[in-house]
Design a protein around this ligand. Structure first.
Ligand SMILES: Nc1nc2c(ncn2[C@@H]2O[C@H](COP(=O)(O)OP(=O)(O)OP(=O)(O)O)[C@@H](O)[C@H]2O)c(=O)[nH]1
Ligand SMILES: [Mg+2]
Ligand SMILES: [Zn+2]
Length: 355
């Protein structure tokens, strides 16, 4: 295996040389288990941990390695390596961490293209599609929408879904697939360029791992049937994992997500809701919130039917969520800083007492 097969490129190579990382082994994080990482290198798969320094100087989750990262490490033996550096990320897909207000969770890094998977039978939801588009657009990851399980629907039902998507979401490719019949697989494969990294996003039970297994021709990820009593997915995939397909392309499977909270995604919202961004240039006030202001061209567009009310409402909801996230994150950082100072003073006092 060459590093290029894993997605290594000239930009990363230049960085490696310019930053004197030539004495380190270079590899890509393919799995994470509670701050232990599996890193794929030309020497094989290595188990690695981070340096103490990296852990203590980390300000947020973004300072820790994530699946998809390129790292520089020292190899002691195959079961023990130390990660010293994370090479610059070309993209980061992230969401709000569950149960930790103001904190982010990295879904994957260095992604070229995201497959946003929704099942045709009962998972399909436009608001949620726009949410996934926002987190992809924020990081300039090319989104592709995949509608799975089309075998459970007749032609008319499927066309209805595709029309609904086309009416609301422009300029994003949509592929209808069935993991059972293989429908749409040729179109998916067309996107999968050699050396490029793709990731699978979507709710639990929509068929992400089944798609990955079928594309690889191997049973790499466990898949399972959905609980019929609750009609809910069982979260079969429990951790992120990066896989290289023999046919070319690198694919990251993710556990199904229930919530996709927006973080600091100004650019992502602008791109996803580009009609709103264009309209807002004509609002009377520069800082118009498009909620109640006079001379708001966004509200005008909703009133005259140019802008879909559902799109407008989804935009406002995510915009509000983003503002809330950013103020909570700022508050969190402030508290952590104060806490850091308390610890520092405490340690100083301890030293004084020792003398
Ligand atoms: N009928 C039909 N069933 C499918 C299709 N794709 C997947 N399934 C079934 O749906 C169930 C869930 O599939 P998985 O691939 O495990 O779903 P997942 O998205 O990986 O789920 P998590 O790992 O929990 O996020 C399995 O029983 C699959 O056999 C499809 O296109 N059609
Ligand atoms: Mg899965
Ligand atoms: Zn406005």
């Amino acid at each position: 295996m060459r590093l290029e097969d894993l997605g290594f490129n000239a930009l990363l190579e230049n960085y490696r040389i310019e930053n004197n990382l030539t004495d380190f082994e270079i590899g890509r994080v393919i799995a994470e288990h509670k701050e232990r990482y599996t890193v794929k290198t030309v020497k094989g798969e290595l188990e690695a941990e981070i340096t103490g320094n990296m852990r203590f100087s980390a300000l947020s989750r973004e300072d820790f390695p994530a699946v998809g990262d390129w790292v520089a490490l020292t190899v002691y033996d195959p079961d023990f390596s130390i990660i010293h550096h994370i090479l610059p990320r070309s993209s980061v897909i992230k969401r709000q961490a569950i149960g930790q207000p103001g904190e982010i969770q990295i879904i994957a890094t260095n992604i070229d293209c995201a497959f946003i998977v929704q099942a045709a039978d009962r998972d399909f939801n436009l608001n949620r599609l726009e949410r996934y588009l926002t987190i992809c657009n924020e990081s300039k990851v090319k989104p592709v929408i995949i509608i799975s399980k089309t075998d459970l629907l007749d032609e008319i039902g499927l066309n209805e879904i595709l029309e609904i998507i086309n009416a609301r979401i422009k300029n994003v490719p949509v592929i209808a697939i069935s993991n059972t019949t293989g429908k749409g697989y040729d179109q998916v494969r067309e996107f999968m360029e050699n050396g490029k990294t793709f990731c699978l996003l979507g709710s639990s039970g929509v068929g992400k791992s089944t798609l990955l297994n079928n594309l690889s021709g191997k049973h790499l990820m466990r898949t399972d049937t959905i609980s019929h009593s609750t009609k809910k997915g069982k979260h079969v995939t429990s951790h992120r994992e990066l896989i290289i397909l023999e046919s070319g392309g690198i694919l990251i499977d993710n556990p199904g997500m229930k919530e996709v909270g927006i973080t600091d995604s100004t650019g992502g919202l602008e791109k996803t809701f580009d009609l709103i961004s264009r309209l807002s240039k004509d609002c009377r006030f520069k800082d118009c919130t498009h909620t109640s202001e006079a001379g708001c061209s966004v509200i005008n567009a909703v009133n005259n039917g140019e802008l879909d009310k559902a799109v407008y409402e989804n935009y406002l909801k995510m915009e509000k969520e983003m503002e809330h996230f950013m103020s909570t994150a700022a508050e969190r950082r402030k508290k952590e800083k104060v806490f850091g100072k308390i610890i520092k003073n405490y340690k100083k006092d301890m030293k004084k007492n020792d003398q």
